[in-house]
Design a protein around this ligand. Structure first.
Ligand SMILES: O=C(O)CCC(=O)C(=O)O
Ligand SMILES: [Mn+2]
Length: 142
């Protein structure tokens, strides 16, 4: 069970498509192994993900997380927790973002709502290693 923004998600068995996304993520980070893939669906430009870091205890001390984008291009933003420095990336269809090292400890990230007029959908697949435990998250979906 994965609780996300108050929504309970029941873990599903691997499908060939999701397993191949995990394999791509592992190929990109050759020293990482992932035991879960979370699919986020942004239906239109109204859906977004609020500021957070993926640093729940279940993810270990220096979590590695990846995100493969499938569909509409959207901006992904980082903000340093202390200096408040910001970076923005445009993630296009097929891009693979890797967050590792101290990224989750020192930075927060979000996927802001691009525009009310954006009608295109986006699915992102986030591969992570949850150390075999159940995970509950405080991430906010705005
Ligand atoms: O949609 C994404 O690319 C990443 C979403 C995210 O930050 C997360 O699931 O923790
Ligand atoms: Mn995240």
């Amino acid at each position: 069970m994965y609780v996300y923004s108050g929504i309970k998600n029941v873990l599903q068995p691997w499908t060939p498509a999701v397993a191949s996304l995990r394999a791509e993520a592992e190929k990109a980070c050759c020293d990482a192994r992932f035991n879960s893939v979370f699919l986020n669906r942004y239906r239109t430009g109204l859906d977004s993900m609020g500021w957070h870091a993926d640093k729940e205890r279940e993810l270990g001390p220096k979590p590695v997380s990846t995100s493969i984008s499938l569909g509409a291009t959207r901006t992904f933003e980082f903000r340093h927790a202390k200096t408040h420095a910001t970076h923005a990336l445009a993630l296009t269809h097929g891009s693979l973002l890797v967050m590792r090292g101290r990224t989750q400890l020192e930075w927060i990230h979000r996927a802001p709502a691009p525009s009310r007029r954006c009608r295109s959908a986006l699915v992102t697949a986030s591969a992570e290693n949850t150390c075999g435990r159940r995970r509950s998250s405080r991430r906010n979906r705005a």
